[in-house]
Design a protein around this ligand. Structure first.
Ligand SMILES: Nc1nc2c(c(=O)[nH]1)N[C@H]1C(S)=C(S)[C@@H](COP(=O)(O)O)O[C@H]1N2
Ligand SMILES: [Mo]
Length: 201
């Protein structure tokens, strides 16, 4: 095995990839409000409902058979750390929406719900056209439980609290419904490049 010098790191602001007020980390911090739910793939289900044409609940085996996509990108946490150059794999939201027969005309928002009651809200425009995954792997490793395994939402262009771990339900709605952190003072949209950390940013 080649010896890789762990001291060598890419410059902090590689190609201007660092949003304002962020610092690069080389570890992967765990940020969870409350305990980590331990979800077996065998008991995991993903429901896609609300403003879709045919609501559906997928078992792990059904989900596993869907065509997969990758997103190679950076992640930005509102607590000011960014992790650059990760590779993520999972099913695109486009693929999942297809499995639910497509969106109805009134589908304007996604309310994502996790095992353990965490929720977060996103405009539909931010999760279609390859912008979001239900991810199962990061950097070629299955997601560890503390990082949301067996599967989490992954929406890397917004602050990472929008990427709900232990995802179990994707509900499409007409009206917006602020989620857990959005109700508790975080920004409703959360664009790192515009530093939308807190409600009035
Ligand atoms: N279900 C759930 N998802 C969650 C959270 C949480 O507490 N519960 N924390 C969010 C926050 S604030 C961040 S920064 C990221 C952290 O993901 P990580 O622990 O894999 O780094 O998960 C997000 N998704
Ligand atoms: Mo966060």
């Amino acid at each position: 095995m080649a010896l890789i010098n762990p001291g060598f790191k890419a410059p902090a602001n590689r190609d201007g990839h660092l949003p304002p007020g962020q610092s690069v980390v080389h570890t992967w911090p765990v940020l969870t409000y409350g305990p980590t739910p331990m979800i077996d793939a065998g008991e995991w289900t993903l429901t896609i409902d609300g403003e879709v044409n045919t609501p559906v609940t997928l078992s792990w085996d059904e989900f596993d058979k869907l065509p997969k996509s990758s997103l190679d990108t950076d992640i930005h946490c509102v607590t000011r750390w960014s992790k650059l150059g990760m590779g993520w794999d999972g099913a695109s939201l486009d693929e999942l929406i297809k499995r639910a027969g497509g969106l109805s005309q009134d589908a304007n928002f996604l309310i994502a719900s996790s095992y353990g009651d965490y929720t977060t809200n996103l405009p539909v425009a931010d999760i279609i056209d390859g912008k979001a995954l239900v991810a199962t792997h990061a950097d070629d490793e299955p997601l560890a439980a503390e990082h949301g395994g067996p599967a989490r939402l992954f929406v890397p262009h917004l602050y990472f609290w929008k990427s709900a771990k232990w995802i179990t339900r994707l509900t499409f709605t007409d009206a917006d419904e602020p989620g857990f952190w959005e109700v508790n003072g975080y920004h409703n949209y959360g664009d790192p490049w515009r530093e939308q950390r807190y409600r009035n940013d």
